[in-house]
Every structure is written in C-alpha cells, then in structure tokens.
Ligand binder design. Sequence first.
Ligand code: NI
Length: 136
Amino acid sequence: MGSLARFGVSLEKDLLNRFDTLIKEEGYTNRSEAIRDLIRERFVRKEWECDREVVGVITLLYDHHNGGLMERLTDVQHDYGRIISSVHVHLKRDRCLEVIVVRDKSRFITALAHQIKSIRGIKQCRVSMGSLGENI
Ligand code: NI
C-alpha cells in the first residue's frame, strides 16, 4: 500500500446504516477496507469495460451425456488457444462442473463465453471478472 490519504464522504444516514450492516455481515471491521475493496472492484470492472488484458474465470455446468457437447466444448477451447488452465469436476452422475481460466483482452474472453454458452446442453456459463492486479 502506498502512502495513505484521508477524505470525507457525505451520504444519507439511511444509506450509511445499510452500508455498515452490509459490511459487518461480510466480516469487515471498518469502513475503510470495505471502501478500498469497492474502489478496487470498480477499477477491475473498468479494465473489462476498456478491453484491457485481464483474467477471466468461466464456470460451466453441463451434462456430459449430452450428444456432441464434450467434443464441441473441447473444439472451442482448442480453437481459442489462450486458456491458462481448466478443471473438470464430476459433480454427480449427470452433472459436470468445469472452470476455465483465461488471460486475454476482455472482449475475447466475453466472446469465448458466448460461444461456450451457445453450445447445446450447457446449463450455466458464468464469467467472473479478474484482473492482472497491476492497477488496483
Ligand atoms: Ni464430468
């Protein structure tokens, strides 16, 4: 952490009370750390909005029995070619969870997620926005 600066914030009492309740539930012991995290989160979102090189974590849920799904999913990942890592978890007999970690410009990660989502049989496809951490 660099040198610290202090600043005052004015906001409605009700909003502040709700914020305090929220951050207490989340385990924060003071407002400063919660506000720092909010700011960092906003910067990560900005990196995604500005198509910076970022890290995306794509989480998938599917049934591997679905005809052709596994082949299609594998093809899409091979064609993309910039996947750092993936983990396949056999959740239940007919449920697979897969986590794919990608480092790329955000628009390519979003496009990959759209491509995967459109494969027949994918029940859920969610992208978590990560950062290389250089600007937060
Ligand atoms: Ni499986």
